[in-house]
Design a protein around this ligand. Sequence first.
Ligand code: UDX
Length: 452
Amino acid sequence: MKIAVIGTGYVGLVTGTCFAESGNDVVCVDKLAEKIANLERGIIPIYEPGLAELVHRNHRDGRLRFTTSLPEAIAEAELVFIAVGTPQGEHGGADLRGIWAVGEEIAKALDEPKTIVIKSTVPVGTNAELARRMAQTTDIPFDVASNPEFLKEGAAIDDFNKPDRVVVGVRREEVGEQLHALYEPFLRTDRPFLIMTPESAEMTKYVANCLLATKISFINEMANLCESYNADINEVRRGIGHDQRIGFSFLFPGVGYGGSCFPKDIRAVIHMAQSRGLPARMMEAVDQVNEAQKDVLVHKVMDHFGNDVRGKTVAIWGLAFKPRTDDIREAPALVLIDALLAAGASLRIHDPEALDNVRAIYGDKLTYCDRPYGALEQADALAIATEWNEFRNPDFEVMARLLRQPVIFDGRNLYDPARMAALGFTYHGIGRAKVSPEECATITDGPDASTR
Ligand code: UDX
């Protein structure tokens, strides 16, 4: 099929590339000339495992092209995907100016019937409103479908290629069939292709993200409760997860969720509810719990140092909002950096991919370390904000030697408290029980092997 994808952000670039990889003829459009020039030269604007290779190969083979000209891109396309950003606007609602502007441009350039597919995350009613606006500009018939994207950063290619489900919202059966043909190669034997109304499709994306964010705020609140009663959230997780109604996934306590989706989407839903005069009590609580949780390491560090970190050096491992990405949007690590800097600490920071993005914000206020162990030199403590795999099994002896004091604030519960105590570390996890000295004498097993 001939496809145009408008917007070369995370979703647009991954979508275009994966459609090209399955044999389609794809043109990606972006109004940022420099971005397009870079993509033409094989420079990918984001770090996403596997993406660069796929872009190179499909670009080389002519299935994936880049342009700044929207009319040129859509001239031959049967399907036009809109994947522009919908950032948080004033009052917490999604800012849809990008969607309306692209719709207007498409309508002006339309010279034959086409299907427009909204992939961006948009409030319910956007599909209908886009169709209404476009019909004011053009007399050529067109369809507007909604096709929310559920991919996760850091696993985007895999998620796109092997979706748990594909959701499309259409007003005509033929459009559903057209999209089904496009997605057929991605639907493993048992993966559902769900056709529904555009309104339900738009809502599905928000409901999914709201529930996932709710799970995280829920487990974070429970973890804090565990900690204050000397229960261990890891044991509790095992205690609840085997109940098939509950399960294990997305119930890892930590330093709060970040990234480009959850914070903005939860606030967009609050705004959607408010604009209909409905309460959004749960989502407001989820957002508040998360904002408070981003301070959890700040409190632990300040408590440990008697509320005075002036003259102290803290090492931080992990800056991206999650592993396998260089994305620092709404990253909890930034809250930690801001608070510790304001309190007068010096910071030595390390992240396998996100250092440059952090440097662009903080300049020479921080010491940037290419290697994790380098960050520990002459540091009074280590704080861990992101669970990169390379932090899971470090050489604790080397760490203890490099740190001035063997103190770890682990915002992702990577290590076993009993083992850390036995190794002589003062170890603060999230929602972990305190270990008594008698217990550590008997501990011989390895670090906690829990993985996400
Ligand atoms: C999310 C959704 O998962 C995805 O379906 C949607 O399309 C976009 O938003 P993403 O933001 O890339 O994807 O990352 P995700 O892996 O979902 O993690 C989001 C945040 O939640 C991260 O900050 C992560 O650290 C945190 N998280 C996740 C937890 O704190 N605990 C968990 O158990 C899971």
